[in-house]
Structures are given as C-alpha cells and as structure tokens.
Write a protein that binds this ligand. Structure first.
Ligand SMILES: Nc1ncnc2[nH]cnc12
Ligand SMILES: [Zn+2]
Length: 322
C-alpha cells in the first residue's frame, strides 16, 4: 500500500534497530547469555524502565568497530529496501566508551556502515549524538562536547533520550548550548513518558527545532497551538507509543489531531524490533489505521526532509526525489 512512496526517518536509535537474529548471533559469538532479554526472536521487557534496561543489555553484544559497521549497514539496507532515501540515526558514543571500545571507534564503525549502505543504494544518513538522561547531566554534557568537537560531517544533531522522568530539561540546558554553538541541530525526547509539561519544558529551556515524540502535548491545547505557531516538528513514532502504553490503542493516538491542529508531524519507528514494528509498518499504519492518503503522507515525508539536519544542497536533492 505504501511501497511506492519514498520514505524518510528522523528518529531511530541505532541499537534499538538491532534485528533479534543479529543480536542472537552476536551474543553467541561473544558467549553472552542474552536469554533474559531475547526469547523466541523477540526482545523481552514489560514497561519503560525495563525497556531501557533491555536496550542497554542488547547494546552490550555489539562490541567492535566492525560490529557497529554491520549493525548500521544492516539497518540502512533494510530502509533502502523499502524506498527510504534518508535516515537519521540516534547514536551514543558514550556507549562506545562504556563498553571499552571508545567513542571514536564506535562512530567510525557506524560511519563505515553508512558508507557501505550508501554505496549499494544511495541512501543518505546522518548521525544524532544523544545524551541519556538516566546517566545524569555531566554525562549528557560530555556527549555534547564529544559531538561538538568530533568534526565529523556525518554528525549533524544532538538529542536527549533515556529516562524522561529523571530531572527537568533545564538541568541539561548547558549540553544544548554546547551543541547549538557547534552548529548541531537540536531535538529532545519529550512528551512520551511524561505529560505535556515536559514538551513545554523543552520549549522553554531549549526551544529545539524538533521534538522526539511530543505526542502528549495533546493534553494541553494551548501547547499544541504553541507548537503549531513555532513550527516545531514532531518525530512521531505511533507503534512505539502503543507498545509502551503511552496511548491504549491507535484509535486514541493523537497523530491525526496534531496534524489537523497545524503541528508539523513526521513518522518514525524509534526502536523497531523492540516495539514489533518497522518504518514500513509505520507508513502502512499512516495509510491504513490513520487513513492518510498518498499526498498527505508525501507531505509528512517532505516535512521530515525540511526539518532534517542536513546541508541545503543535500536537502534540495532529497526534496527533488519525493
Ligand atoms: N523511546 C525512547 N525513549 C527514550 N529513550 C530511548 N532510548 C531508546 N529508545 C528510547
Ligand atoms: Zn526515541
């Protein structure tokens, strides 16, 4: 139904895209017992906190530069196979540090994966370095400093992910100053696990051009109007929201209401195999469950390119493809 449409993804965590079969093979290769996190080819978690724990455990079976090249190439090949022209991957050089690989080798592996995938299909990709709230403000500042100093043309954005219930966005504001001063695009996870106040917090403290999720803004219609007036782009991940119980079902998901209120919305998959989804399925949901026509879906894809953290020449070239 949507296979003919060009696709763009702004919000996908690299380790969150790890195919269960690849994770299983990696665990076997390193003799790691992953049975508590991966059963019958599905990741095992039961709430947001246990999802984050599962995510961190799964990440631990990706250990070397080549592991990261393979993971990145595998995911981008999948995206290219469904007509995706552009992908922004959320990456965590801090994770590279924590596992002893080092931030530079981690990023270099990911960049090699991008190079290999692009050589085959032409898919463009950029990296959004993320800080994780649950590791505290100092670690998030460290991630911003790394992204700012990396001088890597594929690192074009900075994000704040992790446990949204920890601290307020203002506690992390310094990290965003560092990222913004370095010319990086800014996006923040908000309005996913926490309510509308967390989106207002992000706007007040940082004023990002994009918000990861942001869907719980729907709880405050003044805030919805503020998002529409500012032109803030939401990276909406409906399948993730339903899997995590942010909304009980797709019928109550606010994607259509936000769009109709004039908010600039886009579609992404977040951590696809963890949430039994894929970018393909998210586009199918947009067409089927949410009832958007091809022209409306193309408009969302165009919005994604307009909001992408890329240079204008690449943006123009991508827009010409839709
Ligand atoms: N959906 C999500 N929300 C916050 N942090 C995350 N890290 C990986 N996936 C995430
Ligand atoms: Zn996310």
């Amino acid at each position: 139904m949507t296979s003919h449409l060009k696709k763009v993804e702004l919000h996908c965590h690299l380790e969150g895209a790890a195919p269960p079969a690849l994770t299983e093979a990696q665990a076997r290769k390193y003799g790691i017992d992953i049975s508590a996190q991966l059963r019958d080819r599905a990741y095992v978690w039961h709430d947001f906190a246990s999802f984050l724990e599962c995510y961190d455990k799964v990440s631990e079976v990706y250990k070397t530069e080549e592991d990261y090249a393979l993971l990145t190439e595998t995911y981008l090949d999948e995206l290219a196979g469904i007509n995706t022209i552009y992908s922004e991957l959320i990456v965590s050089p801090d994770h590279g540090k924590r596992i002893g690989l080092g931030a530079d080798a981690y990023i270099s592996g990911v960049c090699e994966g991008i190079r290999r995938a692009k050589e085959k299909s032409g898919i463009e990709a950029r990296l959004i370095v993320t800080g994780e709230r649950h590791f505290g403000p100092e670690s998030v500042i460290g991630a911003a400093e790394y992204a700012a100093k990396a001088g890597n043309p594929l690192i074009t954005g900075f994000n704040l992910a992790g446990e949204e219930r920890m601290g307020r966005v203002a506690d992390y504001a310094r990290a965003f100053d560092i990222a913004r001063d370095a010319g990086l695009g800014i996006t923040i996870h908000a309005g996913e696990v926490c309510g509308a106040f967390s989106v207002a917090d992000a706007l007040d403290a940082v004023r990002p051009s994009r918000v990861g999720h942001g869907v719980r803004a729907i709880e405050d219609l003044d805030l919805v109007k503020r998002l529409a007036d500012l032109g803030t782009v939401l990276e909406v991940c409906p399948g993730s929201n339903i899997a995590l119980g942010v909304f009980p079902d797709f019928a109550s998901h606010p994607l259509r209401r936000l769009k109709e209120a004039g908010v600039r919305v886009t579609i992404s998959s977040d951590d696809p195999p963890f949430f039994h989804t894929s970018l393909k399925r998210e586009y199918e949901l947009a067409a089927g469950t949410f009832g958007f026509g091809d022209a409306e879906i193309d408009a969302m894809t165009r919005t994604a390119v307009e909001a992408a953290f890329v240079d204008d020449k690449t943006r123009k070239a991508l827009l010409a493809l839709i």
